[in-house]
Design a binder for this molecule. Structure first.
Ligand code: UT7
Length: 320
């Protein structure tokens, strides 16, 4: 079977950095609470008029450049988002246009914070089946547009940004690099613990609503279990893992997961302090940050997992 390998990674963060202290004037909250309960210190917010596809396009250019390629080399674009610019067309086709691509195909995937893992799984399957040779997988979000600014339990948690990965068919049969296993899960019974109370058929954009404690409990348990299931599928154990790159929602979730997996925190990539929770963008943002710091090396075993609204969750095991 054809395997897909990571050829390039890149990201884009909007210029505006919002420190925790900025919330102190408007809400009954403070920097110390946010830091100690979440690990978040700051996040980026998109400028007025700066859209998900604008950020996705910039991240896409960065990933293509990182791979040493041009947009002509890309067959398809799969963009994970819950905050597309418009109801339709897809943000992915807007990125396609932004890249000047008139060939191939592009579409969005919506699995909220797990969106990047779902998009990666789709790209991997398309490459394995021969439908595409090189797919741009993007996570891009403007969650700041979904915040209820009077709800201190949610509005301090989220940020905006985009990350992108070039995933390509492996052309060296002797190489062990590539996507080794993917485990996807969802359970719609949990709709009411994390959702947006609006949408096209409700005739309002709505705001994000979350029962934080409940989501936290599910996150630690389900992220650990899906990681173990994916590792088993790949015939690996946690001892083989070089890096865990989890969805960046809360430092304490990452610590809880690492403890359950018996993996030291030195092997967990953490960017939540600088980015907040950027939903589907959080994994490629964390990957791109770790890669630019020289931490991710070719051949490293990377376990990357996420959970979010649905609930939907999943893990990919990649030999980088
Ligand atoms: O990406 C999708 C996945 N999302 C997540 O994984 C998020 C999961 N949940 C969490 O990260 C945490 O549950 C939160 C950070 C949302 C909340 O932390 P917590 O330790 O579970 O706090 P809590 O909700 O139990 O609230 C404890 C107290 C409450 O006050 P009382 O009722 O004890 O007086 C809250 O009202 O902290 C209060 N609180 C705050 N205080 C200051 C909640 N938000 C804030 C705030 N500043 N921003």
């Amino acid at each position: 079977m054809r395997r897909s390998i990571v050829e390039g990674i890149g990201h884009y963060l909007p210029q505006r950095v919002v420190e925790n202290s900025e919330f102190e004037d408007k809400l009954d909250t403070n920097d110390a609470w946010i830091r100690s309960r979440t690990g978040i210190e700051r996040r980026h917010f998109a400028a007025k008029g700066e859209t998900t596809s604008d950020m996705g396009t910039k991240a896409a250019f960065a990933a293509i450049e990182n791979a040493g390629l041009s947009p002509d080399d890309i067959d398809a674009i799969i963009l994970a988002t819950s905050t597309a610019d418009l109801t339709f067309p897809s943000a992915a086709t807007m990125v396609q246009n932004g890249l000047g691509m008139q060939h191939g195909f592009a579409f969005d995937v919506q699995a909220v914070c797990a969106g990047f893992v779902y998009a990666l799984a789709t790209a991997n399957s398309m490459i394995a089946s021969g439908q595409a040779n090189r797919v741009l997988v993007i996570g891009a979000e403007t969650f700041s547009n979904l915040m209820d600014w009077s709800d201190r339990g949610t509005c301090v948690l989220f940020g905006d940004g985009a990350g992108a990965m070039v995933l390509a068919a492996q052309d060296d049969p002797s190489s062990s690099r590539g996507v080794l296993a993917i485990n996807l899960r969802s359970d719609g019974r949990y709709k009411d613990i994390l959702f947006v109370d609006g949408g096209v058929s409700k005739d309002t954009t709505g705001h994000l609503r979350m029962q934080g404690k409940e989501v936290f409990r599910h996150a630690v348990e389900k992220l650990s279990n899906t990681a173990l299931d994916a590792l088993e599928q790949a015939e690996l154990t946690t001892a083989d893992v070089d890096w865990i790159i989890p969805h960046q929602a809360n430092k304490r979730i990452l610590e809880g997961m690492a403890k359950r997996l018996k993996v030291p925190m030195e092997r967990v990539i953490m960017t939540v302090h600088d980015h907040g929770n950027t939903s589907a963008a959080s994994i490629p943002l964390a990957m791109s940050t770790a890669s630019s710091q020289g931490r991710l090396k070719k051949g490293d075993v990377v376990v990357t997992g996420a959970i979010g609204g649905g609930l939907a969750w999943g893990t990919a095991v990649i030999r980088w």
